[in-house]
Design a protein around this ligand. Sequence first.
Ligand SMILES: *Cc1c(COP(=O)(O)O)cnc(C)c1O
Length: 380
Amino acid sequence: MKRNLLLTPGPTQIPPSVCQALGEPIIHHRTPQFQEDIKEAIEGLQYVFQTKNDIYLIPASGTGAMEALVANILSPGDKAITVEGGKFGERWTELCQAYGINAHVIKVPWGQAVTAKEIKQALEEHKDAKAVFITLSETSTGVVTDVQAVAQEVQKTQAVCVVDAVSGLGVIDLKMDAWGVDAVASASHKGFMLPPGLAFVSVSDKAFKLIEESKSPRYYFDLRKSKKAFEKTDTPFTPAIGIVRALNESLTLMRKEGLENLFAHYARLARGTQQAALALGLSLYPDESCRSNVLTAIGLPSTVDGNKLVKVMRDTYGVSVAGGQAELKGKIIRIAHMGCIDEYDILTGIACLEKVLTQLGHSFELGAGLSAAQKVFNQE
Ligand SMILES: *Cc1c(COP(=O)(O)O)cnc(C)c1O
C-alpha cells in the first residue's frame, strides 16, 4: 500500500489533530459559538503575522488574498512597482494589469532576489508609485526576499509595501509591524498545515486609507465590507466554517511550538536537504545569498529529466515533490520544508530521490544524500 507523502510547496502535510478537527460536523456561523472561533483565529493569526492590525478571513486560495489587496489598495490608472524573478512575482504584475494599474516591473534574474537598493531606485524614478509588491519566498525558484530591508525603503515614501507571504508565513520570519510592512497576503494550505480554501489578509492603517480611496470595482473581495464585519467579530459572507475551526487547532499547535522554534525547525530541514543535494552531485538553484528555508530548489544535470523524476517519485513511490515551472520545467525539483513534516519525512524524500536518480542513470554513491542529511540532523 502506498502512502502519499507531501513534500510539495502547497498543499502541505496536515497534522492528525487538524484532520480530526476537519471531520467535525458543521456548525452555523451566525452564532456565539462561531464568534468565539473567529476571535480565537484572529488572535492566533495576529501572533503568526506578528501584527496588531486587523486580519480578514476570505474563502479563497492564496491568489484570492493577492487579488483582494490589488483590487482594494489601488485604483485604475494608479502606478505600482512589481518584481519579477519568478512565477509568483509575475502574478502581482498580472493582477495589476487586470485591474488597469500601471505596473513598473523590476526584472530580476531567476534564482536571485531583488535588493532594497533596486527598490529605492525604482521609487526615486517613479515618485507617483502608490504600492510596491514583493514576494516573501518565491516558490518557483526557492528565493527569499529581504522584506525588512525593502519595507524600510518603501516606508520613506508615500507608497505601501505589499507582501505575498502565502508561502513562508509560519516557516520563516516576517515581522509585519516591526518591519513596517503595510499589507500581507497568506493562505491556509502552506505553513498553516490546512487544506486549501481559506485566505488571510492583513493591512496597516496606511494601506487602509488607500482602500477607502480606491475606485476599483470590487464586491466579494471588498475589504471595506471585511473591516465592517471584523469590527463585529463577523465575516461579510459565509465563512469557510470548517477550515476556520481547524485553523484554531493548527494555530494552537503553532503557538505551542513558538514561532522561533518553528523557524529553527524548518531551517534545519532546509540545511539537511541542501547538503543531501550537494552530496548527490546536484546543485542548489538559488544564489547562496538568497536561499529560502521554505523550500529547496535543486538543479538537475541535463542528463536527468526532471519531469520524469517527479512523476516516478510520486506515482511509483508515493513521494510528492514539485518540478520546475516555466523556464525551469524539467530542470529542477523543489522539496518543501513546510507543514507537518520532520527530519524523517525529509530522509524518506531523499531516499526516494536517490532511488529514482539511480533508475534514471545518474551516478553517485548510494546513500550519500542520506548520510549528508543525517550528519546535519545529528549535529544540530
Ligand atoms: C502558493 C502560492 C501562492 C498562491 O497560490 P494559490 O494556488 O492561489 O493558493 C501565492 N504565492 C506564493 C509565493 C505561493 O507559493
